[in-house]
Write a protein that binds this ligand. Structure first.
Ligand code: IPM
Ligand code: MG
Length: 351
């Protein structure tokens, strides 16, 4: 297969972890006779510095022309403590999601047998966890009307959803549940929010089209609690943008390191693969960040191209590296800590 991939390394540790995913993908391509053409493009603070904006038109063109986008991370501390900054790296991420129509963010959470005791949660609570949070990504409070009232002392952000936005995300959730344990949980705050009541009403109306799927409805605050108490009780969770942002960070601790969890953002026409961990600026340039979340994001990319054997090979070699202790410092626990680039080299040479 011939694949054209847009490569958006972004900020912080983005370039370092992306390099390892490229090494691994190239090793897979060589072994299975695929051809990957990588086209790098600017995004985030790196793009602000170069051309004054975080998701330049040229980058959008590269993404649109590609078969998929592999993305590192966005964000820089010099913007975080400056509420008056006019342009922020994160705006690039939001613009990219919106312009590419990436309405569904697929964030799996699973455990690695060799790491189960590294999780801050007890083994008996997390064993068997294998869930997917499907987060709506181009609506809700992230994209609703916002502003300041005239007096400057009142600010507002609006959570808006249309039935159509809910339906297309829920459809993906039902379809995903059908390929898994046929359990779908719709997470909302329908006891308070009108937009949540529209979510519930819309998903309830879709139940009849998927009679085999067992659907439950839970409030987000209760889910925040149950997710760490009994995560293996969930299979597919669907939820709106902000709830999904919060719950997916929470869920990532189950696996033992945020550096492990991959994600895919998909729409009708484009798809993007990225680690969920963000730019981790304290580690930037030190060659210490865990590249596995990005490598596993590339595995989802191969899977979405129908290359399941290739995807499985990546997962197997990642499991092997964990079992053999070829890990970065976040997982080393007193043992030898390998560099980001060394982990990437090891993975590529073991394929
Ligand atoms: C994520 C991140 C982003 C989000 C930030 C960087 C804007 O936290 O991808 O989860 O809130 O969506
Ligand atoms: Mg987040």
């Amino acid at each position: 297969m011939k694949l054209n991939i847009a490569l958006l390394a972004g900020d912080g540790i983005g370039p370092e972890v992306i390099d390892q995913a490229v090494k691994v993908s190239n090793a897979i391509a060589k072994k299975y006779n695929h051809e990957i053409n990588w086209t790098p493009a600017l995004t985030g603070a790196a793009a602000i510095d170069a051309v004054g904006e975080p998701y330049p038109d040229e980058t959008h063109e590269v993404c649109k022309a590609a078969d998929a986008v592999l993305f590192g991370a966005i964000g820089h501390p010099r913007f975080d403590n400056d509420p008056s900054a006019k342009v922020r790296p994160e705006q690039g991420l939001l613009k990219m999601r919106q312009k590419l129509g990436l309405f569904a963010n697929v964030r799996p959470t699973f455990t690695f047998p060799s790491l189960i005791d590294k999780s801050p949660l007890k083994r008996e609570r997390i064993e068997g966890t294998d869930l997917v949070i499907l987060r709506e990504l181009t609506g809700g409070v992230y994209f609703g009307e916002r502003g300041r009232k005239d007096d400057g002392n009142t600010a507002f952000d609006t959570m808006t959803y249309t039935r159509h936005e809910i339906q297309r995300l829920a459809k993906k959730g039902f379809e995903l549940a059908m390929t898994r344990s046929k359990k779908l949980c719709c997470v909302d705050k329908a006891n308070v929010l009108e937009s949540s009541r529209l979510w519930r009403e819309t998903v309830q109306a879709m139940e009849k089209d998927y009679p085999e799927v067992e659907v439950s409805y839970e409030f987000v605050d209760a889910v925040a609690m149950r997710l760490v108490q009994w995560p293996s009780s969930y299979d597919v969770i669907i939820t709106e943008n902000l709830f999904g942002d919060i719950l997916t960070d929470e869920a990532s601790v189950i696996s033992g390191s945020m550096g492990l969890m991959p994600s895919a953002s998909v729409g009708e026409e484009a798809s993007l693969y990225e680690p969920i961990h963000g730019s981790y600026p304290q580690a930037a340039g030190k060659d210490i960040a865990n590249p596995l979340a990005t490598v596993l994001s590339a595995a989802i990319m191969f899977e979405d191209f129908g290359l399941t054997e290739e995807a499985q090979e990546i997962r197997n070699v990642v499991n092997k590296s964990l079992a053999e202790g070829i890990v970065t410092e976040d997982l080393a626990e007193g043992g030898k800590a390998y560099k980001t680039s060394e982990v990437g080299d090891w993975l590529a040479s073991n394929i």
